[in-house]
Design a protein around this ligand. Structure first.
Ligand code: SF4
Length: 157
């Protein structure tokens, strides 16, 4: 697919829940929740410095080849919202460990927080974990990724 986009000069839009596929193919990622974009950034930036609690939760809930084998996966508690009956404030509020009063009454707008990085969240201190630039343990001798470890292969086209 990457080769095709290079050859034809076209773009490729992937819609998936598979973070390994995203890591491998995406230059830029838009994380959606409740039908809205809650965080967007270049893939490498988003995986290294997730700034929305939902993005953080997604990354914490998948296994990585380059992380400590004793690390426990942390599921996101609760259920996705009913899109026909979204809550008044932030759609992620019922599941968010960082929720506070404002979140339940006001919907956060997508705001720029850095170069090419935007998030829709009132909390400005979401825990950031540096996940490294590349999972050497997840690559074969030729540098090809051999698993679905969710670290971007490249943010270059
Ligand atoms: S706005 Fe509030 S509820 Fe929504 S993701 Fe941010 S901290 Fe959580």
């Amino acid at each position: 697919m990457k080769e095709l986009t290079r050859e034809t000069g076209s773009s490729l839009l992937l819609i998936t829940h598979d973070l390994g596929v995203v890591a491998r193919y995406a230059d830029r990622v838009a994380v959606m929740y409740g039908g809205r974009i809650v965080e967007t950034a270049p893939a490498r930036e988003l995986y290294a410095r997730p700034r929305h609690p939902y993005t953080r939760g997604l990354l914490d809930s998948v296994a990585r080849l380059d992380s400590d084998r004793r690390r426990r996966l942390v599921p996101i508690e609760g259920q996705p919202p009913d899109l026909a009956h979204l809550p008044a404030g932030c759609a992620f509020a019922p599941r968010c460990s960082r929720v506070f009063d404002r979140c339940r009454v006001e919907r956060p707008k997508l705001e720029v927080i850095g170069e090419l990085h935007a998030k829709a969240c009132f909390a400005d201190d979401v825990t950031v974990t540096e996940v490294g630039a590349g999972p050497a343990s997840a690559r074969g001798a030729d540098g090809e990724q051999t698993s679905c470890s969710p670290t971007p292969e490249s943010d270059q086209p």
